[in-house]
Write a protein that binds this ligand. Structure first.
Ligand code: SF4
Length: 299
């Protein structure tokens, strides 16, 4: 496995509960990385030898600003390229945004601000403008992430130059809240995972409980129990109870393999995949979790 990107979910907690959130971010979510754990994981990442990029995201990482700042510095000190993803809630004005960002100047290689009608009332929020203005003044490379609305909700003219975003993927809260508004396609056409390199992932997400996620909610190991190096070396995708069927024939094969009850049509491959995984959680709770990723107690 050539793992080059590690994405810290610094916290599951967020200021918002966006309908399109993969990880069920919410003010009511639980789980935050400690500084000690961040340092341990960064050391493991160095030892692995292939990680180039470390990202801090969430949830909303700026909710724990001192921890975020120390984490970014710790990653930069270990010579990783460092990125942060935020919703920019803290950027009241460009001057205030600068105060939040100054401790990160010279340490960050990428700052992405999520902004769209699902985060704010306008497609490009005033907060996003403030983040970009302050970043420019501080020499921090910054961009925006904009998601398209599902069909039926309406659409707005796009402004700015997104580097990510685009169509919504219907997993996490998006599968529950938005999928019904999108056009549906026959379930058995979803015969591959269109988004993740499941057999040879280049990046993975790590949550505050130590879970390493191949895709949000599909766990391949726990870094608080086994070192990253061991998990990566021991990764046998075909033997993983969820990844194996997904590799063989996508979410449709997951349904067939386990005889899961299903609807006739789904919004996209992730919608079928996520819905199937929800049905499989009682059987495979060790690799389909944690509850935070499936909106336990929040839906
Ligand atoms: S199909 Fe499943 S594994 Fe692939 S990106 Fe979508 S939710 Fe993740």
């Amino acid at each position: 496995m050539n793992l080059t990107g590690l994405h810290f979910l610094l916290t599951y907690r967020c200021t918002s509960e966006c309908d399109h959130c993969f990880v069920w971010g919410s003010p009511n979510q639980q789980g935050v990385f400690t500084l000690e754990r961040i340092e341990q994981v960064l050391d493991q990442a160095r030892e692995l030898g292939t990680i180039e990029w470390v990202f801090f995201e969430g949830g909303e990482p700026f909710l724990f600003h001192p921890i975020l700042v120390r984490g970014v510095h710790a990653a930069a000190a270990r010579s990783f390229q460092v990125g942060v993803v935020t919703n920019g809630y803290w950027a009241t004005t460009a001057a205030d945004a600068r105060a939040w960002l100054e401790p990160l100047a010279g340490q960050l290689n990428s700052l992405s601000v999520s902004t769209d009608e699902l985060h704010y009332e306008e497609r490009v929020s005033s907060e996003a403008h403030h983040v970009l203005e302050a970043s420019k003044a501080l020499g921090i490379p910054a961009d925006m992430i904009l998601c398209d609305l599902p069909d039926g909700v309406g659409s707005a003219p796009r402004r700015g130059e997104p580097v990510e975003g685009g169509p919504i993927m219907y997993r996490g809260r998006a599968a529950v809240k938005l999928a019904a508004k999108a056009p549906a396609t026959a379930w058995n056409t979803f015969d591959e995972c269109p988004h993740e390199e499941l057999d040879d992932p280049g990046r993975m997400h790590l949550d505050p409980l130590g879970n390493l996620h191949l895709c949000q909610g599909i766990i391949v190991g726990n870094l608080f129990e086994r070192p990253l190096k061991e998990i990566v070396r021991g990764y046998k995708p075909k033997q993983h109870p969820i990844v194996g069927p997904l590799l063989k024939g996508g979410p449709a094969e997951l349904v067939r393999h386990y005889g899961i009850a299903h609807a006739d049509a789904y919004a996209d491959a992730c919608h079928l995949c996520y819905s199937s995984r929800v049905a499989l959680r009682p059987r495979f709770g060790d690799v389909l979790g944690p509850g935070q990723m499936y909106g336990e107690g929040l839906a």
